[in-house]
Design a protein around this ligand. Sequence first.
Ligand code: AMP
Ligand code: FES
Ligand code: ZN
Length: 300
Amino acid sequence: MKCRKCGGTAVLELRRHNAAFCETDFVEFFRNQVREAIRRHRMFDRDERVLVAVSGGKDSLALWDVLLDEGYRASGLYLDLGIFDYSVESRAKCETFAAARHAELLVVSVAETVGAPVPVIKEATRRPPCSGCGLSKRYLMNRAALEHEFPVVATGHNLDDEAATLFGSVMHWQTDALPRQSPALASTHPKLVRRVKPLYRLSERETAAFAFVRKIDYIVEECPFAKGATSIQHKEILNRMEDASPGAKHNFLFGFLEKARPAFERAEAVTLNECARCGQVTTGTVCAFCKLSDQVKRAR
Ligand code: AMP
Ligand code: FES
Ligand code: ZN
């Protein structure tokens, strides 16, 4: 196998691109895909500060690595979910990365803000742990960005994540979720920051290879509550399709973004209010996060 760029020995074959790369040219290919994502969706400008939500996993640390190397003023945000050793280790990975790169890392604790860590929220709500967890993550990312005056939050969602989410939404025809599936969500209210996913053009395998080549030390274990999650099953199905026909995931997601997504965009805009309790954006009077913390407090 020869590198498409330099003709040297290739270390990685990318079947969906019908290409193979040596280490150096793969890193350049990866950064180019991120540049293209940022440019195409006008994710952020050179003069804007970017808050990168980092979980300690390969994707978000790879993203932070690229943005710092590209010269962006990118700070990290780690949300401590309080999930036993998993959280202790993933936080340590983020702190080590931040220290090595002399980058700022903000840490927000779910236990302090919601009133209990994710495992206790799970018991209090009797809902799957990921529902209270996902809600808290989205809320706290936005709140931290506002408090620290970042106009935009970037997450490490990759092509596999996005294709699996789309697959799940289509399986259940969750038509209200489809317009929100996008590499870039604009701010629709002064208290909502922009949300972007600069890795949406890169697969999980590619981010793993990038993290390896760049010697990024990340947490390999998944969250202990993720076992058996439908999103993982959807990823397995899509991987089987990808094996049989390289590019399947890409075509599924990109076809949706280009051809189908506009059809699901709602004509009428939803009215956004400020939560009567915390002031963050909600479609009702009290936001879902405040309701969740009430529920947790009552249960304790
Ligand atoms: P996941 O939903 O775990 O696949 O994570 C998707 C993205 O959300 C990651 O790439 C991160 O950008 C962000 N994220 C997940 N967990 C955390 C966390 N504990 N703290 C900060 N960001 C996170
Ligand atoms: Fe949220 Fe696992 S429950 S990361
Ligand atoms: Zn609220």
